[in-house]
Design a binder for this molecule. Structure first.
Ligand code: FPP
Length: 237
């Protein structure tokens, strides 16, 4: 039996190096990277993948030079404005995970408006991780649970841990999404960089040498074929 792929997550790494290899500034790499987001998203929509989650801006990315951060914010704004039609034309639902409170008012509005305008679409849910970090997400989830006052102090530590696993899953930004089945990182590095650590607990991992702007649908299809043939045991035999 082949594995089914409900949730694909991608760490889109290598924009800066791609630009450098072309003798261009890093911004050119991010621009080309954003255009590849469109290509890969549309391909996933046509290939029955229910969830595609992309790491677009991490909680650590604020540490980049201000000019690069500002450029990424503007690029994101332009992308959400220009791509609205693509989401509607292809029945794609847009969602954001991460703490968007830190973004400018116009960017926050674009995010919230596109989320609500596409919330009824069912072909593919494309989720952008924006100001996202797993540790931050889990900490925010724990904070919600503590504020709710739902902790039952009469439970044994074992009962409490079981109940808390469900409570944390339900309080994460990804609350109603399935766990990640396949996580791909492009750009040659082999690490998770604080991305979906809870949700990818049993994900299959794939690392590609290809820099994100060059990552093609053919390579994605080959990685997915390999994933479908893998044996997944989820800790059992
Ligand atoms: C990593 O490349 C990529 C990012 C920090 C951001 C990803 C952003 C995009 C793909 C473009 C914007 C996205 C949207 C949806 C508009 P890097 O800069 O770390 O590359 P490097 O490791 O070669 O320096």
């Amino acid at each position: 039996m082949q594995n089914s792929l409900n949730h694909l997550a991608i760490i889109m790494d290598g924009n800066g190096r791609w630009a450098q290899l072309q003798g261009k500034g890093r911004q050119a790499g991010h621009k080309k990277g954003a255009s590849n987001v469109r290509t890969i998203t549309n391909w996933c929509a046509k290939h029955n993948i229910a969830h595609l989650t992309l790491y677009a801006f991490s909680t650590e990315n604020w540490n980049r030079p201000k000019t690069e951060v500002d450029f990424l914010m503007k690029l994101l704004e332009r992308y959400l404005r220009d791509e609205a039609k693509t989401y509607h034309d292809n029945g794609i639902r847009f969602r954001a995970i991460g703490d968007i409170a830190f973004f400018s008012e116009p960017l926050k509005h674009l995010i919230l408006d596109l989320e609500s305008a596409t919330s009824h679409y069912t072909t593919l849910t494309q989720t952008l991780a924006l100001n996202y970090g797993s540790r931050n997400e889990i900490a925010r989830a724990c904070h919600k649970i503590l504020l709710d006052g739902a902790l039952d102090r009469s439970q044994s530590p074992q009962e409490a841990a079981k109940a808390l696993e469900s409570a944390i899953s339900a309080a994460l930004d990804t609350a109603d999404m399935p766990d990640v089945d396949l996580l791909i990182r492009t750009g040659g590095e082999q690490r998770l960089s604080n991305f979906l650590l809870w949700q990818a607990s049993y994900a299959e991992l794939a690392f590609s040498q290809t820099l994100w702007p060059d990552f093609s649908t053919d390579e994605l299809a080959a990685i997915i074929d390999d994933f479908r043939a893998r044996t997944r045991r989820f800790g059992a035999l």
